[in-house]
Design a protein around this ligand. Sequence first.
Ligand SMILES: Nc1nc2c(ncn2[C@@H]2O[C@H](COP(=O)(O)OP(=O)(O)OP(=O)(O)O)[C@@H](O)[C@H]2O)c(=O)[nH]1
Ligand SMILES: [Mg+2]
Length: 426
Amino acid sequence: MTDDNLQRAHESLKQLLDDTQVPDAVRAELKEDFVQVEAMLDKVASGHIHIAVFGRVSVGKSSLLNALIGEQHFATSALHGKTRQAAMAEWEEYDSGGIYLIDTPGINEIEGEERERMAHEVANRSDLILFVIDGDMTDTEFTALRSLGQRLQPLLLVLNKCDRYSISEREEIWTSLRGRTGTLIDPQNMIEASADPPPRTVIMIDQHGNETETERRSPPQLKALKNRLWDILEADGQTLSALNASLFAGDLSDRVAERILAIRSRLGEKLIRTYSLTKGVAVAINPIPVADLLAVAMIDISMVVHLSKLYGLPLNKAQSGKLIRTIIAQMSLIMGTAWLIHLIASLLKAGTAGLSTLVTAGAQGAVAYYSTYIVGMAAERYLADGKSWGEGGPKLVIKEILENIDRDSLLIQAREDIMARVRDSR
Ligand SMILES: Nc1nc2c(ncn2[C@@H]2O[C@H](COP(=O)(O)OP(=O)(O)OP(=O)(O)O)[C@@H](O)[C@H]2O)c(=O)[nH]1
Ligand SMILES: [Mg+2]
């Protein structure tokens, strides 16, 4: 199910990325979604679990991940803003493997909007979130925590640098934290840690009574955090990963679907106009008996085939032809069988008095343009609704389209465009 959604988003995106008609700027936008979908597909396929760390600058996020991994993988510093980019490392200690830790820059560190986007992206693909603080929370921290708490992924609140507080101070801090977070965080997920405690000074006295001072590294205090992480991973690791992928897919496919729809209808409109003009010009250059107008169906068929590809629901020529016949039958029913002749006659009347062949040709071309345009619009509606006319059937759809189009101005515009083309080609 999850994989299906993701797979579909993946295919739609790929198709649009490969479509040279999609403007570069739009493609660049889609590319970002695409990279995310690919990463998520990889993650689902491999069963990997991502744990991300968030928090204010210098609370010890990178130190905490290093302490978990057992090596200095992520750079740390006493200065604010050491981590500038999200980065990932495998946590090998966890036996079943495939657990990755993701470090992020501190809240407030990089530009607001960019950080938001990045945090959102990282949070999206994480299965579990560690929110690190080093004391009572600031308002900014609380806002960020609350926003992460809206997600379904488990959220752990880690009070780091515990070495700096006495037991009673820690109790005071937790009381305050519990008061603010309310039910946002499961009490089991409120954890104390000391990722990088300062070295201890040890004073040794030898048998002669001489004192020597030595500094001893203090080991990180992470037992509670590791235990909690293991418990969660043992119990729900794969479920979490699957759940998150499906949330991600849902969220993303809505967003992507909206964007794709907007892009498609923009491209569809352009495509329909291009084909309509081609048809109009073809008919104007080579006027044919009115009755045969609809027989010049090749252009319409190419248009529908092209539209169907754009909508990711490819139709072959025969299927497109059938769709066009349905549409034209409805148009004729609604407008009366003699509609083409009426239209041409009225266009001619609206034109100049002299019935030069150019004017006649232009009028015929405009009508050809118009009919192709309606066919295109109707076919597009059918495709956009997943190859369906909806409950009202084709009649209702085509009636609505006809009502929504300002026929006279479309015809006049069409004739101008066609004549401009015809003149250019002469
Ligand atoms: N006392 C104490 N200091 C710690 C602890 N954990 C980290 N630190 C120190 O806090 C400072 C910041 O640590 P980092 O791990 O770089 O913090 P960060 O949250 O990754 O910071 P940015 O990447 O700048 O956002 C370093 O000097 C660490 O040595 C701890 O448990 N106790
Ligand atoms: Mg850092």
